[in-house]
Unconditional design. Structure first.
Length: 157
């Protein structure tokens, strides 16, 4: 059975979730992408700028304007998940984003937060990637490794 774990860190612009960092982990290898913004920072609304700065400083620590992959390539990146038997994510925003992408023929995508007995992820001892700044640094790469470890410990076979 092909099991993949996907984690996405992003921004919200005009109410829409925009991925900034995508990591896909099969338990042995990780694909990692930092996505360029689909629009510049300056024309964003004051509220979106405020939210973006908050995320940069206090959540994932990724800069809004950074990235090395065009946002046009996001659908192709997400298609890595297409032939998985099971895709695990953690968080309704990421789950909904993936389900929306695979509108017609989705792989089975499970949001681990929907399990009542799901304990929180332990504080990771794994290194984070080098694109994070700020006080809090939540990394999609580290999250996928932590989730894989968590699955090994808590999920039924
Ligand atoms: Zn990272």
């Amino acid at each position: 059975m092909k099991v993949l774990v996907c984690d996405i860190q992003g921004f919200v612009v005009c109410g829409e979730f925009l991925p900034k960092e995508i990591a896909i982990n099969n338990g042995q290898q990780i694909s990692h992408f930092l996505i360029k913004p689909s629009q510049d920072f300056s024309p964003l609304s004051q509220q979106d700028k405020k939210t973006a700065r908050y995320l940069e400083r206090y959540q994932h620590g990724l800069k809004y304007s950074k990235g090395f992959v065009s946002h046009h390539e996001v659908p192709e990146i997400l298609n890595i998940l297409a032939d998985a038997d099971l895709v695990y994510v953690r968080g309704h925003q990421k789950h909904d984003f993936l389900v929306k992408h695979f509108r017609y023929c989705p792989p089975k995508i499970v949001n681990l937060e929907t399990y009542d007995w799901s304990p929180p992820l332990p504080k990771s001892s794994q290194p984070i990637c080098m694109y994070h700044h700020g006080k809090s640094r939540i990394c999609a790469v580290t999250n996928t490794s932590d989730i894989f470890n968590w699955i090994k410990n808590f999920m039924p076979d």
